[in-house]
Design a protein around this ligand. Structure first.
Ligand SMILES: [Mg+2]
Ligand SMILES: [Zn+2]
Length: 354
């Protein structure tokens, strides 16, 4: 099993974790207070498996204008309170210079950050930086991670924004096909171009009902048939959905059924980590929208194996188009139910792991 890369919340201090005082210098306990909701948010992030790094510019630290003892008293108090809540920083990076000194370590420079962060050896898609200044957001951009501004948002709003803006990408290029997929939590318009219009329409239905949105760009050797393209789209979509579903904490896990006029899809999912696929049903027509109907079954089978989940599909009906709608919408709805958050909590398994 490959080790998952670590995901990080990289945090500014003043104006982000602590309230920034009128003179912008937290040099006494009298000026010390946490920002609203920060501790609760960090506890939530820790439960999601995030690691923490602090990076802060402390102008003139160690000079007469900002004695080290005054800084240390406040900083130790902050770290102590957070540590008591289980929040520990993997690194605390402090630039002590004034802007006028033109040092090389002042934010937005990433030079104080640990080497594996600077070299990008971490889960960039899930990681983010929170700060209240432009230099913070610039640093996020340099690192290639999302930058969230807490200048005008409190931490509970910030965490909602983070959920909405999370995205998972997958790219697969072979001698037969090229597929790029970007999946997002936001319920935005889907952008799907697979060169198979009917397939685009069906994938749009799936994601519209899943509560997720997707951008898919796929091309391939459709001159020899649609098999390679549909299969590789399924592999790629399966991979991003597997990433999306990898955090099992607080999800619903199980799902149920979807009718479309006379057609009915009964789709049951178990985000179990064990690939399994059962299909019972038949299409009245061999092709629809220029696609072999057997490829629709193959699509879901491939998806199930890539996502490493159990999928049972029973499909009945008299109209192939209705059946397809019921099938793809049903899968989207089933996915939505299975991924729905039931609040922070335990992994839904008697074994404690999925
Ligand atoms: Mg700040
Ligand atoms: Zn510096």
């Amino acid at each position: 099993m490959t080790k998952l890369k670590d995901k990080y919340a990289i945090l500014d201090r003043d104006g982000t974790i602590l309230v920034e005082p009128f003179d912008k210098q937290v040099d006494s306990v009298a000026k010390f207070s946490f920002k609203l909701g920060v501790i609760e948010a960090l506890i939530g992030l820790k439960a999601e498996g995030y690691k923490f790094i602090l990076i802060t510019n402390q102008d003139g630290l160690g000079t007469s204008s900002f004695p080290t003892e005054a800084y240390r008293e406040v900083n130790d108090l902050m770290l102590g309170v957070l540590r008591s809540c289980g929040i520990v920083f993997e690194a605390v990076c402090v630039c002590p210079h004034f802007a006028a000194e033109s040092c090389g370590c002042r934010k937005p420079s990433p030079s104080l950050l640990p080497l594996h962060i600077r070299e990008g050896h971490f889960d960039k898609a899930s990681s983010f930086l929170v700060g209240d200044r432009d230099c913070d957001l610039e640093l996020a951009q340099t690192l290639g991670i999302r930058g969230l501004s807490c200048a005008t948002k409190d931490w509970s709003e910030l965490m909602k924004t983070r959920d909405q803006s999370r995205a998972w990408c997958f790219e697969r290029v072979t001698s037969e096909t090229a597929v790029r997929v970007r999946l997002s939590n936001a319920s935005a318009k889907n952008e799907i171009r697979t060169t198979l219009p009917f397939f685009d329409h069906m994938l749009d239905a799936l994601f519209r009902f899943s509560g997720l949105s997707v951008a898919i760009e796929a091309t391939g050797d459709t001159d020899v048939g649609d098999h390679h393209l549909i299969e590789d789209v399924a592999i790629s979509v399966g991979q991003v959905l597997a990433s999306r579903a990898s955090d099992k904490r607080g999800i619903q896990r199980f799902s149920q059924w979807t009718p479309m006029d006379e057609s009915l899809s009964k789709i049951s999912l178990d985000l179990s980590g064990r690939p399994s696929f059962e299909f019972v049903g038949a299409f009245p027509r061999d092709t629809i929208g220029g696609i072999d109907t057997e490829m629709l079954v193959h699509f879901f089978k491939t998806l199930a194996f890539e996502m490493r989940i159990t999928v049972h599909i029973e499909l009945s009906g008299l109209n192939t188009h209705h059946q397809c709608e019921a099938l793809f919408k049903g899968f989207g709805l089933a996915l939505r139910r299975a991924l729905r958050s039931t609040g922070p909590g335990l992994v839904p398994s008697t074994k404690g792991v999925l």
